[in-house]
Design a protein. Sequence first.
Length: 166
Amino acid sequence: MTPDDAVRMALCTQMGREFAAHFQYLAMSAWLEDEGLPELSGFFGRQAAEEHGHAMKIFRYVLDTGGPVAIPGQDAPVASFESVEALVAAALAQEEQVTRWIDELVHLAREHRDPATEAFLQWYVTEQVEEVATMTELLQVVRRAGESLLFVEDYVVRRHPAGGEA
Ligand code: FEO
């Protein structure tokens, strides 16, 4: 069965949020590079690419289940930050918000007796657990490092290397 209109529209809304996360992480990556933190910048660049993938998975699912796809407009991302800690705290808040939205979508699919969409969303449920854990740990490391941001750069190289799992 294909998603009904309410479920399809909610999926498209979530697709827009994943694109917004893509742009937000790109803006964070750019700010971090300007701050002279190439490893953290690279990490957020890889997170941005993951978010693009999350959006495109929904794009493909909506098309595969009959469409049509509605791509929402986006506000510009936040482009400057008071500190690296503020940036990572914002990233964690974003992931926690996405988790709430995914949970709401799962409930909506269940209410609308749409097991295919519920099954599709399970990948996002699992992914969000990992992303919240990743940002939580990064925020702890940034707080522990204080002014010693090169320690955070080393942590990113060891824990989240380019080419590895983000
Ligand atoms: Fe696609 Fe990080 O939420």
